[in-house]
Design a protein. Structure first.
Lengths: 125, 125
DNA sequence: CCTTATGTTCAACGTTTATTGAACTATTGC
DNA sequence: GCAATAGTTCAATAAACGTTGAACATAAGG
């Protein structure tokens, strides 16, 4: 396992890549859950998203989200903690992330954003 | 040529589809140009986008933009006039379209949004 | 009616994408 | 050291995507 995964600089973040990244239902769910979690701890680890898809499939989506500059990964022991790159995204594309997240929240049931994710269960306790 | 192409109702417009639609550079350019044109006439016809790609390729992208609910097509003679479905998009995803368009405007040169499009030339006269 | 202009539709193609399971790496705790 | 845990990487697969040119459809102008 390489120590710190590749992240693009703020200026390297491209609009089409971000939009494409967010257009996938699984990745949109991940981003949505990360946004919800910001009110609590701002970070989640990969395992919190088991239930959304298989581990290798999730790793694929995590890599995409990272490489597109949407989220950042921090390695801690055997865990990888992830958070949204809110400031960078806001600097590059003002209002975009919130518009997407709010739209996703509005359509939460339609998008099935809440299904199969440990995070929501934990939060509702 | 069928008289009126298919358009989804406002409620049928889905977030992932819209994001995916906007993630393609050619389609993003079309949307951006339509947005710019709103200050003038709010409508453009297919031919205004020759230069972006071949005709059949453009027809493919137009169809996607239409089927995803991003724009509306009106048939007039041999022409098809298109405009953004601003109100519908705003109702479904508040702030999203403007965030995307403003972000695209900020990155206009990086995205090469202005190249090969008749509209800009016409507008700069 | 014939031609021209505007776009669409279709089939073909090569590329990219999402998904899967198996193998692998790295860290923690006993 | 050994087993368990947490994730990644790889190869394979099927589906979706973008692009192309040729054929088609429709309307307008002479």
């Amino acid at each position: 396992m390489s120590r710190t995964p590749l992240h693009p600089t703020r200026e390297q973040i491209e609009l089409p890549m971000v939009l494409d990244c967010l257009s996938d239902p699984i990745r949109l769910t991940i981003v949505y859950q990360l946004a919800q979690q910001e009110r609590v701890s701002s970070e989640l680890c990969c395992g919190d998203f088991n239930g959304l898809a298989g581990k290798s499939n999730l790793a694929y989506h995590f890599a995409k989200l990272r490489e597109c500059g949407v989220m950042q990964t921090r390695v801690a022991g055997t865990n990888r903690f992830m958070r949204l790159r809110r400031e960078d995204l806001e600097a590059r594309f003002p209002g975009l992330l919130d518009a997407v997240i709010n739209s996703a929240a509005k359509d939460a049931d339609r998008l099935q954003l809440l299904s199969g994710c440990d995070v929501v269960d934990a939060e509702s306790n």
